[in-house]
Design a protein. Structure first.
Length: 352
């Protein structure tokens, strides 16, 4: 890496509007959170059982300027002190991303400071850097409502996707299963709670895919859950919802933990990082912690508020580009399918 100068004092104003959280943060030196304001729209979307993209965009428009003002105020600095503006460029909902991007471009132009388009998943991974010291090579298991990925970081800023879901993201599967059990949105925490209360587990399949693959698949498991619900109803029996939640959670966790540990060993990593909204899952945290401890592999998990979508993580990832002088042009476009390797500031080979 080619960097000159000291970047420990830089102040990044970061904006995140990729889904249903409007968030703005001020991050110092890529590691210290001076403010991190998160305004969630969950109550608005709850009535629809999922995020409604048009409503998400409209809500971001309503709140973005207020959240920027609050984040600046809480940071103890003024807009004129900012070194750069970071914004989530993708992946995410295009209309929602656009709101943050327009706000960030306006500030970049008005303040005459660099704009840094940032990858949402790089943000989830570097959320760890806000609380822990990363050691390379490390492996990140990213589990959220939109993503299920295994990312290898051979060095700082080098993101290599070694596994991903071929259908549903794990959080999405949690939310769909919760919906079929008539639990509120987002369903993940409800399934987690039900599973913890269960006295037994209904055995469900595990999707291992081809031998050696680090990819995931959760749609078959989701269908298996629906089949259990339908068959129980058809037979006029009472469904043990907790046992079903437990069976679903056990299947998800076994596959996530086994593949992560297998990849960690194959690539000889020094740390395993867990990130994304599903990292809040108690069963997953406990199972990973136990396996990592047994294998002597340090496990890093950000605290709850840094696992879910927030702008501080975007500031942490953007710092990788700031210190390399890699800035975006003012014609930056929202990219719902932005590739992590393509965004990566340091990568040897982009052909993965
Ligand atoms: O990272 P995140 O806040 O947003 C996305 O970028 O998607 O993740 C939200 C997802 C939702 O699907 C939610 O149900 C899931 O994380 N989630 C959980 C738990 N808490 C949140 N899933 C399982 N167990 C939990 N405790
Ligand atoms: Zn996210």
């Amino acid at each position: 890496m080619n960097t000159t100068g000291n970047y420990d004092e830089t102040l990044i104003l970061a904006v995140e509007t990729s889904c249903d959280e409007t968030s703005v943060a001020v991050v110092k030196g890529g590691k210290h959170i001076l403010s991190n304001v998160v305004s969630s729209q969950i109550d608005v979307h709850e009535a629809f059982g999922g995020v409604v993209p048009e409503i998400a965009s409209r809500k971001h428009v309503e709140s973005i300027t207020l959240i920027i003002e609050q984040a600046i105020r809480e940071s103890g600095h003024g807009l004129k002190d900012m070194s750069a503006i970071a914004v989530t460029q993708g992946p995410g909902l295009v209309g929602a991303l656009l709101v943050g991007i327009v706000a960030a471009k306006s500030l970049s132009l008005a303040l005459d400071i660099p704009l840094i388009g940032t990858h949402h998943i790089a943000g989830h991974i570097y959320a760890n850097e806000l609380e822990h010291e990363l050691r390379y090579p490390c492996l990140a298991l990213v589990v959220s409502g939109g993503h299920t990925e295994l990312v290898l970081l051979e060095e700082e800023g080098s993101f290599r996707l070694i596994g991903r879901t071929r259908d549903d993201a794990v959080g999405e599967a949690y939310d769909k299963v919760a919906r079929s059990l008539k639990l509120p949105y987002p369903g993940g925490p409800h399934i987690d709670k039900l599973a913890a209360e269960a006295k037994a587990a209904i055995e469900l399949p595990r999707a291992w895919l081809e031998e050696g693959s680090y990819d995931f698949s959760f749609s078959g498991l989701k269908s298996a859950v629906l089949a259990v619900i339908n068959q129980t109803r058809m037979k006029g029996l009472e469904l043990d919802e907790a046992a079903l939640a437990r069976g679903f959670q056990e299947s998800v966790i076994e596959v996530l933990v086994t593949k992560s540990l297998r990849a960690a060993s194959a690539y000889g990593v020094k740390q395993l990082l867990l990130c994304g909204g599903v990292a809040a899952n108690r069963g997953l945290r406990a199972a990973l912690a136990a396996r990592c401890e047994a294998e002597g592999l340090p496990l890093l998990i950000p605290s709850g508020k840094l696992c879910t979508d927030n702008a501080a993580m975007i500031g942490a990832a953007a710092h990788l580009k700031l210190k390399r002088g890699m800035y975006s042009d003012l014609d930056l476009k929202a990219d719902p399918g932005l590739s992590l390797e393509a965004w990566s500031p340091e990568i040897e080979d982009r052909t993965y």
